[in-house]
Design a protein around this ligand. Structure first.
Ligand SMILES: [Zn+2]
Length: 393
């Protein structure tokens, strides 16, 4: 367990308390006298910044804050605050940024339908029990990097206008999420120890080096998914989701705001480099930009539904002085990359899609690409996609 950084604020000191002092009262909100508590809560209700850094909150103290503030907090700071018992932040409006860095929730935490008008900072926050962020509306970014979720996590119907980060987060309980993000969702280095059911509509979902211990399902729409170096210890399915996400109450999740135009029309897989794909099932995903070189057990990947590979532009080209008609066979991104490098003329190069080389410096040879095709052909034959497999001869 990480040790919280030394407080940078004037501390209460009551029995080692790290709570920030109520100005001119010498103690924090939890330990100040009744008059001091009154002054602090009144000033918060009147729109002063809600500074409760390091304060130990009981459910009763939070209830008092909830009542007095009418659930509206300005520039709320709960850095290193400790919440004992079950806490209820449901319906709170955080007007401006909110900071829960290094805070600890010892019971369940309910953040249902919170609104955040600025950056939401939950880095290294520890949730000892269940936490619910259903129907949350984040108008800025939401950062849960290195957070620890020890119970169930629910993020159903959550909208984030900008980036959502769960980098290096550890989820020891099951994860249920249905998120629309206008920017990107990052799960880089995150560890999901139990089953995860994730619905995501976001321009990019980054699962680099993410560990899926439990069987998991990722349903994505209008999303590019990067699985580079992910560790799949159980079955993981990535499925294209057609149509808007449906919430448990039967309504559709609104996504015109914040999703916008930055998203691809169809969901695509970008990379499985470095992944042991024997546990991976890909359903209806676009595979045009997907880089396979460096994947392990590629012959065991399951690719089903309308999973589409790219094809080189059809038309005429010239190769070695002989006019040559491009075929419409499907080609994997790795071949596009290789051809881009090896084709001698600009004209021939143009027929192959320009794909970002994800691992610059890795030199792929024609034999490698041929090997990728052999493995994919076997995988497609085993997945009963015989016509698709034919393209890979
Ligand atoms: Zn105190």
């Amino acid at each position: 367990m990480t040790v919280a950084p030394t407080p940078t604020w004037p501390i209460c000191g009551h029995g080692g308390c790290r709570g920030v002092v109520v100005p001119r009262r010498g103690r924090c909100l939890a330990h100040v006298d009744a008059a001091g508590r009154q002054i602090s809560l009144l000033s918060t209700a009147a729109g002063s910044p809600a500074d409760y850094r390091g304060v130990p909150f009981t459910p009763e103290l939070l209830e008092e804050l909830r009542r007095r503030s009418q659930r509206i907090l300005y520039e709320a700071r709960f850095e290193q605050a400790v919440f004992t018992g079950d806490v209820d932040f449901s319906g709170f409006l955080f007007s401006g940024p909110v900071d829960f860095r290094d805070a600890r929730f010892e019971g369940t935490a309910d953040f249902t339908r919170i609104g955040v008008r600025g950056h939401a900072d939950f880095r290294r926050t520890v949730f000892e029990d269940e936490v619910i962020f259903d129907r949350g509306d984040f108008e800025g970014a939401a950062d849960f990097s290195r957070a620890e979720f020890r119970g169930r996590v629910s993020l159903t119907g959550t909208r984030v206008a900008r980036n959502m980060r769960l980098d290096m987060a550890r989820c020891s309980g099951p994860v249920e999420a249905m998120i629309v993000s206008g920017s990107e969702i990052h799960l880089t280095g995150a560890v999901l120890e139990r089953p995860a059911r994730l619905y995501a509509a976001t321009p990019r979902l980054t699962c680099r080096d993410t560990t899926f211990v439990g069987p998991s399902t990722l349903r994505v729409r209008r999303t590019q998914v990067d699985l580079t170096d992910a560790n799949l210890a159980s079955q993981v399915s990535i499925l294209q989701h057609f149509g808007p996400f449906c919430l448990p109450d039967g309504t559709n999740m609104e996504e015109t705001r914040p999703l916008g135009w930055g998203s691809p029309f169809l969901a695509e897989l970008l990379s499985v480099r470095g992944v042991d794909v024997s546990f991976l099932t890909v359903v209806d995903m676009g595979l045009r930009p997907c880089q396979f070189f460096g994947a392990h057990h590629l012959d065991q990947i399951r690719i089903t539904g309308e999973s589409l590979f790219g094809s080189p532009q059809s038309g005429w080209g010239v190769h070695g002085g002989i006019p040559l008609r491009w075929t419409n066979r499907r080609a994997i991104a790795d071949e596009h990359l290789l051809r881009q490098r090896l084709e001698s003329s600009d004209r021939n190069r143009r027929a192959w899609t320009d794909i970002d080389d994800d691992l610059p410096g890795t030199v792929m040879e024609p034999a490698h690409v041929a090997q990728l095709y052999r493995q994919l052909r076997k995988a497609l034959e085993d997945s009963k996609d015989e016509p698709g497999a034919g393209d890979f001869y």
